[in-house]
Design a protein around this ligand. Structure first.
Ligand SMILES: Cc1cc2nc3c(=O)[nH]c(=O)nc-3n(C[C@H](O)[C@H](O)[C@H](O)COP(=O)(O)OP(=O)(O)OC[C@H]3O[C@@H](n4cnc5c(N)ncnc54)[C@H](O)[C@@H]3O)c2cc1C
Length: 384
């Protein structure tokens, strides 16, 4: 626990969003105190599947519909700016993150799936997302590991992957090098805003001119402390990892049939996800859903049969920060000056760095790297 209990900025939450915004501010000389209930990077930011996405998720395109997709689509242009940031992170943070723009491939087995991939790509292209439609031959030439009965798909050259076990810690270490003080094992339990913010924690009171809520799935609880209602909550989902193998899959792989993401990591293990639900038990703890696991693996093996022989060594559940619109919540709360939200839902591994950069820009009085005001689902002021 740091001795000092005052700072210019208190960041609540030590996931990717909180660690990144701390670094973006601290490197500009801002005095930052990061308060984390548990350990840095131990929640969604350290438990995710490591995909760098640049497309509308196909399962949601189907289940939530075209209207939702049109509302969500502009978020892709922010993610695209975010991917540009990702490209220089290893240099700037001075550490490997296993970031690779290996390209994403979505594989389709039926004409309906092809039509959906095409329709989705057209909407994405309006946001500047590049993709190339592939016929059966082109698909198998690019990705010979795919099932032979795939009839086509699309390639997204700018998608990729990175290692979630490395990224948040790298941001946190860089923030510390620039003077950020870290308070792990410290839960924020209350907050009062007068001239400044007084933040009550499990380890005493702290004060700051500005507060950034980067509390991920629990952001709603934190925002409620200053009277804001946020439509963000936790959704339990799970990821599986295989034993290591020789390189088989060199892309981020999706299926047009449903929830699947697959990538092979630098150590040869394959991460298998796609947002399959895990179980939320009565006492609030998470447990792996065997049903989800078997459905996830069934889809995987139908798309990449070569992986059927690999052992799954672990499946883990974690809460993802989600909202219904899937749009980011990034910026200063209109009804609570000095209180900033740094929340990139569902795909916050991809979008965390750009969300954090934008919040830091706003606090530093700069034009944000992305015009986040046009996109963000910030809570509106209460109307009496
Ligand atoms: C299983 C899974 C797979 C995923 N796969 C991908 C993927 O492949 N690609 C992608 O782009 N995204 C993916 N995501 C989403 C991504 O991981 C998250 O959107 C992102 O990590 C959110 O980062 P965050 O910093 O906002 O939240 P978190 O990492 O959850 O960090 C929030 C932190 O706030 C702390 N906190 C909360 N309340 C308080 C409090 N009151 N006081 C102090 N601290 C508090 C928490 O302890 C936590 O450490 C996945 C998520 C999950 C769960």
């Amino acid at each position: 626990m740091p001795n000092n209990t005052g700072a210019d900025v208190i960041v609540i939450g030590g996931g990717l969003a909180g660690a990144a915004v701390s670094w973006y501010l601290a490197r500009e000389g801002v005095d930052v105190l990061l308060v984390e209930r548990g350990e840095i990077g131990a929640r969604a930011s350290g438990a995710n599947a490591g995909s760098i996405h640049l497309q509308i998720p196909v399962a949601e395109y189907r289940s939530l519909g075209r209207k939702w997709a049109e509302t969500f689509a502009p978020t892709l242009s922010m993610m695209n700016v975010g991917v540009d940031l990702w490209k220089s992170l290893e240099d700037k943070l001075e550490t490997p993150l296993e970031f690779r723009q290996c390209g994403g491939i979505i594989a389709a087995r039926t004409e309906q799936e092809i039509a959906l991939v095409r329709e989705k790509a057209a909407l994405e292209a309006l946001q500047g997302i590049e993709s190339t439609e592939l016929d059966a031959g082109e698909l198998l030439e690019r990705a010979p590991y795919l099932a032979a009965d795939m009839i086509g798909g699309a390639f997204y050259p700018d998608e990729g992957k990175a290692n979630p076990l490395l990224v948040t810690r790298a941001f946190a270490r860089a923030a510390e090098r620039h003077g950020t003080r870290m308070a792990p094992q410290t839960e924020v339990t209350g907050m009062v805003r007068q001239q400044a913010f007084t933040v009550t924690t499990s380890r005493g009171r702290m004060s700051a001119q500005r507060v950034i809520c980067a509390a991920g799935a629990d952001a709603g609880h934190v925002a409620a402390m200053v009277g804001l209602e946020l439509p963000i909550r936790g959704y339990p989902i799970q990821v599986s990892v295989t034993e290591p193998a020789a390189t088989i899959v060199d892309h981020l792989v999706y299926s047009a049939a449903g929830k699947l993401t697959l990538k092979q990591m630098a150590n040869g293990t394959c991460l298998i996800g796609g947002g399959w639900p895990s179980d939320l038990q009565a006492d609030g703890t998470l447990a792996v859903s065997c049903r989800s696991m078997s459905d996830n693996l069934e889809l995987l093996h139908s798309v990449v049969p070569a992986l059927a022989g690999l052992q799954i060594v672990r499946t883990w559940p974690a809460m993802v920060n989600g909202n219904e619109s899937w749009r980011p919540v990034v910026g200063e709360a209109p009804s609570c000056p000095g209180f900033y939200l740094c929340l990139f839902p569902w795909m916050g591994f991809t979008g965390g760095p750009i969300a954090a950069h934008c919040v830091a820009d706003l606090i530093l009085g700069r034009t944000p790297k992305y015009d986040v005001a046009s996109l963000s689902d910030l809570p509106r002021p209460h109307v009496e």
